[in-house]
Write a protein that binds this ligand. Structure first.
Ligand code: NDP
Length: 451
């Protein structure tokens, strides 16, 4: 890299660090974008000298609020709620809500920043945001979840709306929580609008929305494999997580003829040498979604499988890896192991699951590697389709939505190859996604002036 470009990156990062030095996840996400986008800015006069990236790393608005709620024993608890409204240059803010004890401003800022690029890549008019709380839903009764969601929305409802900011689910926020949040919004504002996505089908939800992130991650993997004359069929696939994204990634892999060997949760992973087929996956979905159980229960039901407590699944031999749990869950050491075991493609279902060391190794070994902001964009894209259906007051069929999802994922793949193809024919999808996502938002920001 040219010396001036490297010093532009270093100067930029030192300014970002001086304001956000205590936010490691946010800095990690910004560094990756700076490394790939600043060289592009330096070469393109219309973006150069406008401090666009510096404007993009500063949230337009960061809202933090108290959420007080009462448990089943009558005890009062206090959690912290957030909404980070990062960028609205190309549309209303859009991004999920995460309920997990690890939630803090750094985690949500990294997620909101990534969301800006991801939403831009979908080609739909959506700005970027993220929110949530350090509330831990594990072990809470349904009533406690409902009271928490109602308390959370009693403040959030002042800051969102169908033309302002449209949240969705994320870790710890699924169909049940979206229902309680929507109920509270509707009651307080006396409005039935498309203010949240991921709603139930009978009250404004879209077909395929629950499946979309996992399906899209696999569609993206399929597009990458096709560039090498390969496909999912007959491949061994290792998946982490067992929540929404992991479940539907597994379902799509099975539909395309792949063999799913693992699933995991924060306790450990299960390995089934015979493969997790449709029937076993139905068991997992019931276990996780209805019984709210742990993945270790799988080995009681299917004794040929093994449970690996406290471990992640990356040492299991496979050709395709789909990290679908959480950030920084796949390290450099894990990447080395996957490469040694012959992995050919990694498609991220989660947000930023691979560490920078892991990504460098995948690039150095010319592995097909899809960053989450491209490969998991199917979820928010289908949320965008839900918003369109709500505005038009119509519902598209399952087939119609799936066709649109496939086409969006294929367009995102093409946008990445447009900006990420290197001279030797290897596509750097990280660079491609970052530049393609940046260009659309930057053009809108330039058109709207300094605000
Ligand atoms: P869920 O809450 O449905 O599932 C999360 C899964 O990841 C669970 O199996 C959970 O295990 C595991 N997990 C969570 N935190 C950790 C951790 N710290 N260490 C190990 N395992 C962990 O969430 P989703 O499936 O919706 O989200 C998964 C990922 O996909 C997240 O990174 C999210 O941001 C991303 N994503 C989700 C989208 C969506 O539409 N839902 C859209 C785009 C990205 P346990 O049950 O033990 O906590």
């Amino acid at each position: 890299m040219h010396v001036d470009t490297q010093s532009a990156i270093d100067n930029f990062m030192s300014e970002v660090r001086s304001r956000n030095g205590h936010e490691p996840e946010f800095l990690q996400a910004v560094q990756e974008v700076a490394d790939t986008v600043i060289p592009y800015i330096v070469q393109h006069d219309i973006y150069h000298g406008k401090n666009i990236l510096l404007r993009m790393v500063e949230p337009e608005r960061l809202i933090s609020f108290r959420v007080a709620w009462v448990d089943d024993k009558g005890e009062i608890h206090v959690n912290r709620g957030y909404r980070i409204q990062m960028n609205s240059a190309i549309g209303p803010y859009k991004g999920g809500l995460r309920f997990h004890p690890t939630v803090n401003a750094s985690v949500l800022k990294f997620l909101a920043f990534e969301q800006v690029f991801k939403n831009s890549l979908t080609t739909l008019p959506m700005g970027g945001a993220k929110g949530g709380s350090d509330f831990d839903p594990k072990g809470k009764s349904d009533d406690e979840i409902m009271r928490f969601c109602h308390a959370f929305m009693s403040e959030l409802c002042r800051h969102i709306g169908p033309n302002t900011d449209v949240p969705a689910g994320d870790i710890g926020v699924g169909a049940r929580e979206i229902g309680y949040l929507f109920g509270a919004y509707k009651k307080t504002r006396n409005e039935f609008t498309g203010v949240l996505t991921g709603k139930g089908l009978s009250w404004g939800g879209s077909q395929i929305r629950p499946e979309a992130t996992g399906y899209g991650t696999v569609y993206f993997a399929q597009s990458m494999l096709q560039t090498k004359g390969e496909s999912i069929e007959g491949k061994n696939v290792v998946i982490s997580g067992s929540g929404n994204v992991a479940q539907f990634a597994a379902e799509k892999v099975l539909q395309l003829g792949g063999k799913v060997l693992t699933l995991s949760d924060s306790g450990g992973y299960i390995y089934d040498p015979d493969g997790i087929d449709e029937q076993k996956l139905t068991f997992v979905m019931d276990l996780k979604n209805n019984k709210r159980g742990r993945i270790m229960t799988y080995v009681k039901e299917y004794p040929k499988a093994t449970y690996h407590e406290g471990k992640r699944p990356w040492d299991v031999k496979c050709q395709i890896a789909l990290p679908c749990a959480t950030q920084n869950e796949l390290t450099g050491e894990d990447a080395n192991q996957l490469i040694k075991n012959g992995v050919i493609a990694v498609s991220e279902g989660a947000n930023m699951p691979s560490t920078p060391e892991a990504i460098h190794l995948f690039h150095d070994h010319k592995i097909l590697f899809a960053p989450g902001k491209a490969s998991n964009a199917g979820g928010v894209a289908t949320s965008g389709l839900e918003m369109s259906q709500n505005s038009l007051r119509i519902s598209w069929t399952r087939e119609e939505v799936d066709v649109k999802l496939r086409s969006i994922m294929s367009d995102i793949h093409d946008a990445c190859t447009h900006y990420g193809m290197e001279e030797d024919g290897y596509c750097n999808y990280v660079k491609g996604a970052n530049i393609a996502g940046f260009v659309k938002v930057a053009d809108a920001m330039l058109a709207q002036g300094v605000i």
